[in-house]
Design a protein around this ligand. Structure first.
Ligand SMILES: [Zn+2]
Ligand SMILES: [Zn+2]
Length: 361
């Protein structure tokens, strides 16, 4: 079968022929991959910034945002049956007996850093035809989400952030209402975050580089988000323009933007960082003022990385809710479906919003 493979040493990306994986555990499930999304992480792996092949191999099969269909199940599998659609989770626990997070099945909180990630770190990914996986790492997806289920993995970021946000908001002895949320960045993660905010009835704003009449801005407005283009509103006047925000969801991966936007964070506000800045440049930020606000205004800043099985389950629920509230906007996130043969070009040239490789095509 074919597999999109990265050879970091040779600095090459190509489709190679690999053996169909064999199920050899009673809890194993054979999955036929239907669709795989491409994101910035894949592009960085293809630029050889990171991405580590499995031990003993010189190639890494790419792809971590996958929707598949169960072909066959081992004799002990109880949660899935042939024909079921599944989202494939990405991170696998580290082997350290002392890592309480991994031992509790929460490898998203791993403390050793020795976890594996399929398609990213020491484990092959899903941009191939068949995958074998333990049932525990597969999450059932209802058939109604067949068309958009490939978005479940990227949505786990907002899904996990949402669970953590709720835990933080339990500190108020009142029911918070009329909350206002600002999303930084209108890429797939930002737009999915905006959908999550709207679905919780937050008055939602999105701030991003794209022009006010761009397709991303139109998509944001179609779900009731107020879109503000950085072309019209420089970062230093954003706070004055939109007023205090109870929640800020950062999805740009820029420390400069993230910290500057804190000006807009309300008293008792919560700011969530989800982007991963690539550089290590020195930037000037007025930290005294930021720290003063964090203390005097009870603000919370936290980072979140996906994702546990529970976040995938929450993501499935959210996506179902989005498909009831604004199905066209959800479908509109997937702007291109390509064949595996055409994936190398996509990996080097982002266009549209979310590009997807359709494995069966
Ligand atoms: Zn991704
Ligand atoms: Zn661990």
């Amino acid at each position: 079968m074919r597999a999109m493979s990265v050879f970091p040493k040779q600095r090459e990306i190509r489709i190679v022929d690999v053996p169909v994986p064999m199920a050899n555990h009673e809890h194993d499930v054979l999955v036929q991959v239907r669709e795989v999304g491409i994101c910035g992480t894949d592009r960085e792996i293809c630029d050889f910034h990171y991405g580590t092949p499995p031990d003993g191999s010189e190639r890494l099969v790419l792809g971590h945002e996958a929707l598949g269909e169960v072909v066959s199940v081992g004799p002990a599998v109880r949660t899935l049956k042939p024909g079921d659609l599944v989202a494939l989770t990405v991170r696998r626990p580290c082997p350290d007996e002392e890592c309480v997070a991994c031992r509790a099945g929460r490898q998203d909180f791993c403390t050793t850093g020795d976890f594996l990630e399929r398609g990213i770190k020491h484990a092959d990914g899903f941009m191939t035809e068949f995958v074998v996986e333990h049932e525990h790492y597969l999450v059932r997806v209802p058939p109604t989400l067949a068309e958009v289920g490939v978005l479940i993995e990227p949505l786990t970021i907002a899904a996990k952030a949402s669970v953590e946000l709720e835990a933080i908001m339990r500190r108020y002895p009142w029911e918070p209402t009329g909350l206002r949320a600002l999303v930084l960045g209108a890429g797939p993660i930002g737009l999915l975050g905006a959908m999550a905010a709207v679905s919780r009835n937050f008055q939602t704003f999105a701030y991003s580089l794209e022009a006010a009449d761009s397709p991303r801005a139109r998509l944001a407005r179609s779900i009731g988000v107020e879109y503000i283009s950085a072309r019209d509103t420089p970062l230093d006047v954003l706070a004055a323009k939109i007023g205090p925000m109870d929640i800020i969801f950062e999805a740009v991966g820029s420390a400069r933007v993230a910290f500057a936007a804190l000006d807009a964070l309300a008293p008792n506000g919560v700011c969530i960082f989800s982007g991963v800045p690539g550089g290590d440049k020195t930037i000037e930020v007025e930290l005294d003022g930021i720290m003063r606000n964090i203390v005097l205004k009870n603000q919370v800043l936290f980072g979140t990385v996906n994702a546990s099985r529970s976040a995938f389950e929450a993501s499935v629920q959210k996506l179902e809710q989005f498909m009831t509230l604004f199905p066209e906007a959800v479908r509109g996130l997937i702007t291109e479906r390509a064949r595996l043969e055409d994936a190398p070009a996509l990996l080097h040239q982002p266009r549209g919003i979310k590009q997807v490789v359709a494995m069966a095509a």
